[in-house]
Write a protein that binds this ligand. Structure first.
Ligand code: ADP
Length: 192
């Protein structure tokens, strides 16, 4: 079984590619989904570490998000809590996919390079798009302001570095149909 990493900057279209791969029958495990699950399971540890981001024992996601985007040390502490949980869940789900006979499993990891994970994969697929397009798509989708987009984008490895370190790149600089056909072409290539 081949394990492939999927990553891309905010607004690149990574989630859209993940969705398309799932529709084509490829198991895509979403690190963000397990991180959200981990935040629930590890709620009391998180609230102990970041009392300012909790009230009544519940995490205030917006407050926690602001804290970690403005304080790199806080971000490292949160990651040290959640990443081991995410890895464990992804190992479990990968094993299930292997047992179900899948020959390809994709791990969708926003900070794949930043967390030094590339060595875990047979190859890494990077989804990339011009920064202006990424900004416009994110602002339309989530109502993030331009400044919030910039802050988030700049907290990640620059897109050009991701592209340089990629095994494969899908450019998402046209319409959705074009993106889908690029995803299909990529899948054919890796399944050959
Ligand atoms: P990411 O997961 O990389 O942050 P998404 O896949 O969520 O990005 O895409 C961001 C937004 O842009 C979504 O609303 C998505 O539907 C839209 N989008 C992605 N690719 C295209 C495209 N080629 N044309 C038009 N809209 C797109």
């Amino acid at each position: 079984m081949r394990l492939i990493g999927l990553t891309g900057g905010i607004g690149s279209g990574k989630s859209t590619v993940a969705q398309r791969l799932r529709a084509l029958g490829v198991p895509v495990l979403d690190a963000d989904e397990y991180a959200r699950e981990g935040a629930l399971v590890l709620k009391s540890e998180i609230c102990q570490t970041f009392p300012e981001a909790c009230s009544g024992g519940e995490i205030n996601r917006a407050a926690l998000g602001r804290l970690i985007f403005s304080d790199p040390e806080a971000r490292r502490r949160l990651e040290a809590l959640i990443h081991p949980y995410v890895r464990q869940r992804m190992r479990e789900e990968t094993e299930k996919a292997r047992q179900a006979g899948h020959r390809l499993v994709v791990h969708d990891i926003p900070l794949l390079f930043e967390t030094g994970r590339e060595k875990d994969f047979a190859g890494v697929l990077v989804v990339a798009a011009p920064t202006d397009l990424r900004k416009a798509r994110v602002m339309a989708r989530s109502g993030l302001s331009e400044a919030e987009f910039e802050a988030r984008d700049q907290s990640q490895l620059p897109q050009e570095d991701k592209v340089r370190r990629a095994t494969w790149v899908i450019w998402n600089d046209a319409d959705l149909d074009t993106l889908y056909s690029r995803v299909e072409a990529w899948l054919e290539e890796v399944q050959r």
